[in-house]
Design a protein around this ligand. Structure first.
Ligand code: FAD
Ligand code: SIN
Length: 539
């Protein structure tokens, strides 16, 4: 008889930078399970290119990094959180290097003991402060963390296991404050649903780029953590602030390939389809302006000319430099027939990063006891209305460490309630997978068309009505058929789409990444207001 119930001290959902860093910090204090829905390395982290922003040079300062973060965040950042994360960054980056992570630069310490790092520059940064491993920083970080995890006997990784829903005291009908007790998890190869119990559960499930038709994100980014937390009664904040990266490779055969902002940091310039530079008409920092401004400018230029893309040109740099600094971008573009040393790269904006998420403290606490959230799934207040480039890997590192310290105590609170097994009801196999596929496509296209870079109330209301209908259909499927990861992801992207639209409708202004033609200006009354959504216990 296959096993259906597991007990751990710490249960982590997700194996990107947030989940793995947290696991390493708590491993000495108890038994740890990491649940991850695909292969252990598959995550947004694994595709990060530009790097980690941290104050590591004498020419830089915490004040300057704080200033740039607040400036990009368009008035909505929490300054206490910004200060703490930026000040704790260098220590966490050092720990990563101690684990074996090698950033570009001189690997040997110089005579005074300092390490000379090759610091990159990206949009919105007033200084060079991005630690990177050429243009494959995420892959190197993920690999260093996984190697460290492999040395820890207390950590067990469950690959191809999909977290379906949180088990909470409220859902079980218990009185008192809402407490997270465990998670129902689909073992994808066998189709069995297991119950995982733990006094501490960490959501580290990443973002939701797949809610949009065009995205830089890999397939795992379906907003599962936000959807699960919302269903469990947690507060979800600022979901209207979806960051569109200005430069995703435009090629019908290339799926989601990012052209790093570091390319512009090293001298790449944006040009219209006709070959004219245009960014200095939009911002004094031209091609290195904050991302919201660049993405909107590209959108405007594409609409003006009716073109399908703009160009990013780095040919002014020597070929040797380009191939050494951006080997992955060079090779990938070459596979699609573009030699970036000799010709400009066709690029378009694409959904990239979720600035909002499950509302947490800087220590990762959600409003539900025992439930923590860290990384892209969380909204700590660092990013405000627009994330500064390369601040997300930094946030994940710092907050994972803090959440680990904070949750040690909680892991010792015993769970004395037996958890019920998963009820599959009258489930039968889904023979109409075409309906699931159709609804997936419909949500992603309507989010792109109606809830994209430039919004209007009319389009948002249209999206809201469509999503409502789709959700009714999805609910019938959910209760009627055996659960599969496709169906579960569909249910989650529908919930996240609903939250993005609802948040966008609740903010009667334009700020940072949320741009609504019906209210084209920022409203000072909304400068410090988060858009917070919470499901009522009865719904
Ligand atoms: P992820 O790394 O996305 O990990 C999420 C994990 O959760 C995955 O293992 C996934 O399989 C798992 N998961 C999700 N749902 C479930 C479920 N239901 N059940 C089980 N497991 C689940 N940021 C920077 O700061 N610098 C950069 O240079 C940079 N470059 C980027 C480039 C690209 C192409 C992309 C897409 C993003 C980039 N970002 C960058 C953003 C950054 O990579 C992410 O915000 C960050 O890696 C998120 O880390 P995370 O641990 O929160 O989530
Ligand atoms: C990039 O390399 O352009 C991505 C950086 C980020 O998203 O922070």
């Amino acid at each position: 008889m296959p096993r259906t119930g597991y007990k751990f001290d710490f249960l982590i959902l997700g194996s990107g930078i947030a989940g793995l860093s947290y696991a390493l910090s708590v491993a000495r204090s108890g038994r740890v399970a990491i649940i991850t829905k695909k292969d252990r390395a598959e995550s947004n982290t694994n595709y990060a290119q530009g790097g980690i922003a941290a104050v590591m040079s004498k020419e830089d300062s915490f004040e300057m990094h704080v200033h740039d973060t607040l400036e990009a965040g368009a008035g909505l950042c929490r300054s206490d959180v910004v200060n703490a994360i930026i000040e704790e960054g260098p220590a966490r980056v050092q720990e990563l290097m101690d684990l074996g992570m090698k950033f570009s630069g001189r690997s040997e310490p110089s005579t005074d003991g300092s390490i000379e790092l090759d610091l990159g520059r990206e949009g919105g940064h007033s200084k060079r402060r991005i630690l990177h491993a050429k243009d494959v920083t995420g892959r190197e970080i993920e690999s260093a963390l996984l190697q460290a995890i492999a040395r820890q006997p207390n950590i067990q990784i469950f690959e191809n296991h999909f977290a379906i829903d949180l088990i909470t005291s409220q859902k079980l009908g218990l009185t008192g404050s809402n407490r997270c007790l465990g998670v129902y998890v689909l073992d994808k190869p066998s189709g069995a649903v297991h119950t995982f119990e733990a006094p501490v559960v960490l959501l580290a499930t990443g973002g939701c780029g797949k809610v949009y038709l065009f995205t830089t994100n890999p397939d795992i980014a379906t907003g599962d953590g936000v959807a699960m937390a919302y269903r469990a009664g947690a507060a979800v904040a600022n979901m209207e602030f979806i960051q569109f990266h200005p430069t995703c490779l435009f090629d019908r055969k290339a799926k989601s390939f990012l052209i790093s902002e570091a390319v512009r940091g090293e001298g790449g310039v944006l040009q219209t389809f006709a070959g004219a530079e245009f960014m200095d008409e939009y911002h004094p920092l031209a091609s290195l302006a904050p991302r919201d401004i660049v993405a909107r400018a590209i959108d405007t230029e594409m609409k003006k000319s009716g073109s399908a893309h703009v160009w990013l040109d780095i040919t002014s740099k020597p070929a040797r430099f380009i191939m050494d600094r951006f080997p992955n971008i060079y090779e990938t573009c070459k596979r699609y027939g573009i030699d970036i040393c000799k010709e400009p790269i066709p690029v378009v904006p694409a959904a990239h990063y979720q600035c909002g998420g499950v509302q947490t403290t800087i220590d990762g606490e959600t409003g539900i006891e025992g439930l923590y959230a860290v990384g892209e799934v969380a909204c700590t207040g660092l990013h405000g209305a627009n994330r500064l480039a390369s601040n997300s890997l930094l946030e994940a590192l710092v907050c994972a460490h803090r959440a680990a310290q904070h949750s040690l105590e909680r892991s010792r609170v015993p769970l004395s309630i037996p958890l019920p097994s998963w009820e599959s009801g009258t489930a039968t196999d889904a023979d109409e997978m075409v309906v699931v596929a159709h609804n997936w496509d419909e949500i992603r296209r309507l989010m792109w068309d109606y809830v994209g870079i430039v919004r209007t109330n009319k389009r948002l209301l249209r999206a809201q009505a469509r999503i409502k209908n789709l959700q009714t259909e999805i609910q019938e499927y959910y209760w009627g058929f055996t659960v599969t990861s496709d169906l579960l992801e569909l249910r989650n992207i529908a919930t996240v789409a609903e939250l993005i639209v609802e948040s966008a409708l609740q903010r009667p202004e334009s700020r940072g990444l949320h741009y609504n033609l019906d209210y084209p200006k920022a409203d000072p009354d909304w400068a410090r207001r988060d858009t917070v959504l919470r499901r009522s216990p009865s719904s």
